[in-house]
Design a protein around this ligand. Sequence first.
Ligand code: SF4
Length: 322
Amino acid sequence: MTQPVLEVRNLTKRFSILGGILGRTAAWVHAVEDVSFTVAAGETLCVVGESGCGKSTVGKLILRLIEPSSGQILIEGTDVTTLGPAAMRPLRRRAQMVFQDPSASLNPRLSAEQIVTESIENYEPLSRSARRQRAAELFVRVGLRPDMLDKHSFEFSGGQRQRLGIARALSLRPVLIIADEPTSALDVSVQAQVLNLLLDLQHEYGLAYLFISHDLGVVEHIASRVAVMYLGRIVELADRAALFASPQHPYTEALLAAAPLPDPRARSDRPVIEGEVPSPINPPSGCAFHPRCPYAIARCRTELPALRPLSDGRLAACHLRT
Ligand code: SF4
């Protein structure tokens, strides 16, 4: 079997909440619980779920922007979970991030050329003119004009800023891109252009994408497979077509029912999700979805359903699915 670009094993992150006059841990936020998946070269795994489900935390954990409580992260077969800064350095360039808000993630004091080349400067002994040449080539590849290299990011439109963020992410020739809601701050007309650019780049360079999004329309456009998260856990992981055609977990079913339909006259017969997402500080016992699940049985309140393969090969965590 080909080695995946990214493998995540039993990843868990709990944040402590300090309280009392001694500042001791008073409670834990269960942000990510026992999450496992792989992403292959040329594949897009989309992670979806409501706000606060832990999907962005997964992305930050993989890049070690925050440290996991337990579990393993392997990039091209190397366990990066406990590597120190020096050992991590050559691997840092292999995984890059594209952020949600390009305005906030681009330094307004730097020129576009400096933004794209500052990582190259840290990692590759290239001359100034060779770095500029690399930046110009990247600009062309992401649909920007090389004569924009000397401009600053605030002189770019929203879509151009995100293209600049993508050029920066590509500057070290990574194998994995983690894209956290990369189109949600853009106008709808620009969203499709940026998504198609990401697909073209993936095709050209064989990139693996971990694509974090709450927008099921975007996910349906770009995903190879989809992992659905609820309160820090993956509850369903399936091929895109199978997931959208016949969601198996009741939460996935409810998410799809709540998504806007392409034809507003069409009506979904799926049950719509009700109630609020429970607090990750004190998640419900058993299946965390049971307070909102229309199919819950007594067992659901006491027994955590394992994420296991169903008859069609997808994974789902529900006592009622086989
Ligand atoms: Fe609903 Fe029970 Fe399945 Fe959880 S395990 S999704 S509560 S039926």
